[in-house]
Design a protein around this ligand. Structure first.
Ligand code: PLP
Length: 374
C-alpha cells in the first residue's frame, strides 16, 4: 500500500480507517462584501421585531457566567406554547431546525426499513441519513415537481418532507399531509414547515389526532433570526419526551442565554410578524409577474423564494453573471434542477436591482416580441 500525505512517518493507515467519514451539507455562500444583494439563503430581508433589538441592548453580561436555563422552562417556551395553543410538553426547542431535525433523525429513524423523502428536497436529509447510517430511499417528484403521496404509502422506516417543499416552494394541502400521516401510523412522519408562514396552512392541528406526526418550524426565515439559531418541533408529548432524552444525552445546554431571551420577544410581537410575512408575500407575487415578463417560468411558491427557470438562458450562466454583479442567488448543478435558480424574495428595492440585472443578462433573449428599436 502506498503512503499518502507528506507528514513524516505518515502511512495513510491506522486511525484514519476508523474515522466517521461524511460529505457535509453545503450551505449557500455568505459574502460579507458591502452592497451585496443576498438572495441565496432565504433569510428575511427585514429586521426582527423591534422588541428583539431593544432586548438585545439590555442583555446582562453578568448572566453569561451561568449556564442557560433549560429551553422548556423559559419564557420562550411559554410564548411558543401560547402562540400555537399547545402544551409545553408538546414542544421541543433546539438550535435552529437543523439541530431539531438532526436530533429527530437520530431519535426516530432507526428501523431497518428505509426512510422516505423526495428526490428533490432539502439537501440536508441525505447527509443526516448517511451520518446516522439510516437506510433511505428517495421518491421522485412528478414532472411538475409535485410530491406523489402514493409513493409514501409503501412499507418504510419513517418519512420526512418539507411543506412547502424546498427548493420548489410547492405546498401540499393539509388533507394530503393527513393521508400520508394516517397511512403510516407505525412510523414517525416529520413535516418540516420552515416556510409555512408565507401563505401555507400548517398541519399543526393534526398533532392532537396523530401521535406519529412531528411538525418542525424555525425562527430563521419568517422571524428574521437565522443568526440566533432557534428551531422547534411540535408533536405528541411522548415524541417530545423521546427527543428530549436524546438531546440531553448529547448536550444539555444548547440554546444560549441570548437566543432564549430574544426569541421570546419575537413571538410576543404578533402584529410585526404578520406584517413582515405579508410584505414578503406581496413582493413574491409581484416578482412572479416581473420574472414572467423577463422570460422565466416557475413553480407556484408558498415560500420566501421563487424557483425559476429561464426560457433560453441557462441557469448557471445567469447565476454566474448575477454574482459578477454582486447579486447572489442559489443554483445547484443537480440532476433535474440544474436549469433552475432559487431566488430569495428580498426587499422591493433589492428585487428591482435583480430585475434590472436580469434584463441585461436575459432581456434580449426572452420570448418578448421582436419589436425593439434600440
Ligand atoms: C432553512 C431550512 C431549515 C433549517 O433552518 P434553521 O436555520 O436550521 O432553522 C430546515 N429545513 C428547510 C427546508 C429549510 O429551508
Amino acid at each position: 500500500m502506498e503512503a499518502r500525505g507528506i507528514g513524516k512517518g505518515f502511512t495513510g493507515m491506522g486511525w484514519e480507517e476508523n474515522v466517521r467519514k461524511v460529505v457535509p451539507y453545503t450551505p449557500g455562500e455568505q459574502p460579507d462584501k458591502e452592497g451585496t444583494i443576498k438572495l441565496n439563503t432565504n433569510e428575511c430581508p427585514y429586521p426582527p421585531a423591534p422588541g428583539v433589538g431593544r432586548k438585545a441592548a439590555q442583555l446582562a453580561a453578568d448572566k453569561m457566567r451561568l449556564y442557560p436555563a433549560f429551553p422548556e422552562e423559559t419564557e420562550l417556551a411559554q410564548e411558543l406554547a401560547r402562540f400555537y395553543q399547545i402544551g409545553r410538553d408538546e414542544l421541543f426547542i433546539g438550535v435552529g431546525s437543523d439541530d431539531v431535525l438532526s436530533l429527530a433523525f437520530m431519535t426516530f429513524f432507526r428501523s431497518d426499513r428505509p426512510l422516505f423523502f423526495p428526490d428533490i428536497t432539502y439537501s440536508f436529509y441525505d447527509v443526516w441519513a448517511d451520518l446516522y447510517k439510516i437506510p433511505y430511499e428517495t421518491k421522485a417528484l412528478d414532472a411538475d415537481f409535485v410530491i406523489r403521496k402514493e409513493d409514501y404509502m409503501q412499507p418504510n422506516g419513517g418519512i420526512v418532507f418539507p411543506n412547502p417543499n424546498a427548493p420548489t416552494g410547492i405546498l401540499m394541502d393539509v388533507g394530503q399531509v393527513e393521508e400520508i400521516v394516517a397511512a403510516n401510523r407505525d412510523v414517525v412522519v416529520i413535516v418540516d414547515e420552515a416556510y409555512i408562514d408565507f401563505g401555507g396552512t400548517s398541519c399543526l392541528p393534526l398533532i392532537h389526532k396523530y401521535d406519529n406526526l412531528l411538525v418542525v418550524q424555525t425562527f430563521s426565515k419568517s422571524r428574521a433570526m437565522a443568526g440566533m439559531r432557534i428551531g422547534y418541533a411540535m408533536g405528541d408529548s411522548r415524541l417530545i419526551k423521546y427527543l428530549n432524552d436524546v438531546k440531553y444525552s448529547v448536550n444539555s445546554y444548547t440554546l444560549n442565554y441570548a437566543a432564549l431571551q430574544l426569541g421570546a420577544e419575537s413571538v410576543k410581537d404578533e402584529a410585526y410578524f404578520k406584517e413582515s410575512c405579508a410584505k414578503i408575500i406581496r413582493t413574491r407575487d409581484n416578482a412572479e409577474k416581473r420574472l414572467a415578463q423577463l422570460g422565466f417560468g416557475f413553480t407556484k411558491s408558498y415560500g420566501n423564494f421563487i424557483f425559476a427557470s429561464h426560457s433560453s438562458v441557462p441557469a448557471r450562466e445567469i447565476f454566474e453573471k448575477l454574482k459578477q454583479n454582486d447579486i447572489y442567488v442559489r443554483w445547484w448543478g443537480k440532476k433535474r434542477i440544474d436549469n433552475y435558480l432559487r431566488i430569495t424574495v428580498g426587499t422591493d428595492e433589492q428585487m428591482e436591482a435583480l430585475y434590472g440585472a436580469l434584463e441585461r443578462i436575459c432581456g434580449h433573449q426572452s420570448n418578448a416580441p421582436l419589436q425593439s428599436n434600440d
